[in-house]
Design a protein around this ligand. Structure first.
Ligand code: GTQ
Length: 353
């Protein structure tokens, strides 16, 4: 009876194979068949693990860093929210970086620019600004500020209280593509170019300058006031309609294109009423959440965290999660969804199908 060839028929011994692999090394070639299941995994294999940072625990350390080093010396006085499984990589998820930045009254974080795109989500305080290409945006809790790739930006605090915000950057993604560039401005601050509020008036009033660039990948609005985002969600809540998977959720957009605010990071704000529990959901973008209001819990894969105002939690790619609330809650989040969508890679799964 002829022996049938099957996928597990071995045509050589393990010893013969090892000997062969040894002779490949000097030529710097490798057998794909040894690696293929790792290279073509059946489902995403994030290295990041789900994690939550408790603001009440991190805040004292951040304030202590204020005594340890000035913003000017540090360039950016930030405690990186490093994923426990990505030690030494300054990564919060596989693709995203997040950190808590502190600026104290009278301080300046000097002007620089870099290829990574950045966003700030304001966590605590008032009276500080981020200047983007010379236009200051004064920041209030819950505001979203953008500093798109290669724009000059400096931060300063004219107020009398410490100011803390969450930085979100695409650093791991940029590092993967090895396209990291950065430059310091020769002066601490970039020269003032326009009055504060100019961009929001021109581009953020449901109107646009007639000659606006409608092809830009970066939003010309770089401050999205919480007042506006929250009012929109609150009004929506009155309709009584609510999505089972995400509650009431809006994406921040570039008003000139209707698309995402930057080419690598998508930004969202969602409102979840008291006692709400989202249905199981997962998507290929990894997400960092910052709690603006309320409290609750989140189940991510098999771990569960409680969260409250100002806490941050990370959901790695393709991990199913469900958010529950104890009170009316508002969550900000950012993810690499836009980057994945432009590469035709993004997927989502609603429910357990
Ligand atoms: O504020 O420009 O958390 O350049 C990391 C790198 C913040 C910033 C970070 C940065 C900044």
């Amino acid at each position: 009876m002829a022996e049938q060839m099957s996928a597990d028929t071995q045509t050589s011994t393990e010893e013969e194979r090892q000997e062969f692999y040894g002779r490949l090394d000097p030529q710097h070639v490798k057998p794909l068949w040894v690696e293929i299941r790792k290279l073509l995994a059946r489902v995403p294999q994030p290295k990041a693990v789900p994690h939550r940072w408790v603001y009440q625990d991190v805040r004292p350390l951040l304030m202590e860093s204020g005594d340890l080093i000035t913003a000017e010396e540090a360039e950016r006085r930030v405690l990186i929210l490093e994923n426990p499984a990505l030690e030494g990589l300054a990564s919060t998820t596989d693709t995203l970086y997040a950190g808590l930045q502190l600026i104290l009254p009278g301080e300046i974080a000097p002007a620089h620019r870099h290829s990574p795109s950045a966003l700030r989500f304001i966590v605590e305080g008032t009276g500080a600004y981020t200047a983007v290409d010379g236009e200051r945006a004064y920041m209030e809790e819950g505001d979203l500020i953008l500093t798109p790739s290669w724009t000059w930006h400096d931060h300063g605090c004219d107020g009398d209280s410490p100011m803390v915000w969450l930085d979100g950057l695409d650093i791991p993604t940029i590092r993967f593509m090895a396209v990291q560039f950065a430059e310091d401005y020769p002066e601490p601050t970039f020269p003032e170019s326009r009055p504060s509020g100019d961009a929001l008036a021109r581009y953020g009033s449901n109107m646009l300058p007639v000659d606006v660039d409608r092809g830009s990948k970066n939003s010309p609005v770089f401050r999205y006031p919480y007042e506006q985002s929250r009012a929109a969600l609150e009004q929506m809540q009155k309709s009584g309609e609510i999505d089972l998977y995400e509650g009431l959720k809006l994406e921040y957009i570039n008003p000139a294109t209707g698309g995402p605010v930057m080419p690598t990071m998508s930004c969202f704000m969602q409102m979840l009423p008291k006692g709400f529990k989202t249905e199981p959901y997962r998507s290929t973008d990894s997400t960092v959440f910052s709690v603006v209001e309320g409290s609750g819990t989140v189940q991510i894969g098999d771990v569960k965290f409680s969260w409250t105002k100002r806490d941050v939690f990370a959901v790695p790619t393709w991990m199913q999660y469900q958010i529950s609330t104890n009170e009316d809650s508002v969550l900000f989040s950012f993810s690499d969804r836009v980057a994945q969508k432009s590469l035709g890679l993004w997927r989502e799964q609603k429910g357990n199908k």
